[in-house]
Design a protein around this ligand. Structure first.
Ligand SMILES: [Zn+2]
Length: 397
């Protein structure tokens, strides 16, 4: 039977879609996840814009339990999207017309730009809280862009976040008003062009991390979503510097400021953009600086292992063996940006050292993910390290 009742995610049982311990929820039997942060590949999207994911591995017979569940559709995002140049033009102008300094909380509030040591406030935007305010902003945007290119009017089709209502009016993001102030965070590609934007809800809630969603219009018939692009913090400085990956564009900005000898990229969650990260880091050292909870959060450990595994197969394919390091710091501090701001020393672990420090429940997830994903061909370096470390851990338990 389908269970009734919902359960909020927690530190012990994080969201199985985004891996975070807050905001999201599941049904009591974990057969359906409701993710507040991600709608990428969701089975459907709730009226409030949450991603609804049916867990097909839960052992529940979905065809019987639900009548006519739509098949999980793999949307080919790229075929719907406008060119990077077009998206860049629209998003850049949007931020220029509504820059972050217009909103005090975004700059000086908790989790705001000043606290993160980011000084170039005008690179970020503020999205009006009310649908009416966004309508006005869109009007100004259309007007300004039309003045700049009389010969070439923009259709706005294929620009995530924009859509047309039944009257044909151009709209931005949701129809609903928000109670939070909304920061607009650009995600920049390797060529320096803005690919997409994330929204940060600025309300501070005790013991909860910041809430981020994509500026997306994928739930509207005439809209689309951005996928999960990788953010390049300083694309012009591309060179042979080691690649450091962290979560999110804001963390990447702070990290880049402190570690100018690294090429810093930010993904939108521990489990996203792995292919793009590996491609960017090809033939260069890769340093993984996800939130410092791979030692306590099995989901993070599993995602990190999946990234390492992809990197190792890329090393085999393209014949290179530059190092992979897991960056860690004082366990009481969560993000690499906070550690850098606090002047805490970073430690660069080899994969083997990282595995040795994992507690059994995290190590189990790593091993499990390998057995399930890898099968025979995963008899690579990491698998044997995992087995070795795991058998030792079991002996000593
Ligand atoms: Zn989630």
């Amino acid at each position: 039977m389908v269970a009734c009742g919902y359960r909020r995610v927690s530190k012990r049982r994080p969201c199985c879609i985004c891996g975070k311990p807050d905001w999201c929820s599941t049904t009591a039997t974990e057969t359906i996840s409701f993710c507040a942060r991600s709608t990428v590949n969701a089975d459907r999207i709730s009226p409030h814009g949450w991603g609804v994911f049916y867990n097909y591995n839960s052992g529940l017979d979905f065809n019987r339990a639900f009548y006519r569940i739509p098949k999980r559709k793999k949307v080919d995002v790229s075929s719907l999207l406008a060119s990077p140049a077009m998206r860049d033009r629209v998003y850049r102008k949007l931020i220029e017309l509504s820059p972050a300094p217009l909103n005090e909380e975004i700059v000086y509030g908790r989790g705001g730009l000043a606290e993160r040591g980011i000084s170039d406030y005008r690179q970020y935007g503020t999205l009006p809280k009310n649908a009416f305010g966004r309508d006005i902003l869109v009007e100004r945007l259309v007007e300004t862009l039309a003045k700049e290119s009389r010969a070439d009017p923009l259709s706005f089709s294929g620009i995530p976040g924009f859509w047309r209502d039944v009257n044909g009016s151009l709209r931005l993001w949701s129809n609903n008003d928000s109670i939070d102030n909304l920061m607009l965070i650009p995600f920049v590609g390797p060529d320096g062009l803005i690919r997409a934007c994330q929204i940060r809800f600025m309300r501070y809630v005790r013991n909860k991390s910041g809430r981020y969603v994509w500026l997306s219009s994928s739930k509207e018939q005439t809209g689309c979503g951005p996928g999960a692009p990788l953010h390049h913090a300083s694309p012009a400085a591309s060179s042979n510097k080691p690649i450091l990956v962290t979560e999110g564009a804001l963390k990447a900005a702070t990290t880049q400021r402190f570690l100018s000898d690294r090429y810093v990229v930010g993904n939108s969650g521990v489990a996203t953009s792995h292919r793009e990260i590996v491609k960017t880091a090809r033939r260069r050292p890769l340093e993984i600086a996800f939130d410092n909870d791979s030692f306590s959060n099995p989901h993070v450990a599993r995602a990190l292992a999946a990234l390492v595994r992809l990197r190792h197969s890329d090393q085999d394919c393209f014949a290179y063996n530059e190092d992979v390091r897991v960056v860690t710091w004082d366990r009481h501090i969560k993000g690499v940006d906070e550690a850098l701001l606090a002047g805490v020393r970073l430690e660069y672990l080899t994969v083997r050292e990282w595995l040795k420090r994992l507690p059994p429940e995290c190590l189990e997830q790593v091993t499990h993910s390998y057995c399930r994903l890898g099968g025979k061909e995963a008899a690579g370096k990491l698998t044997s390290w995992v087995r070795l470390t795991y058998s030792r851990a079991r002996v000593s338990m």
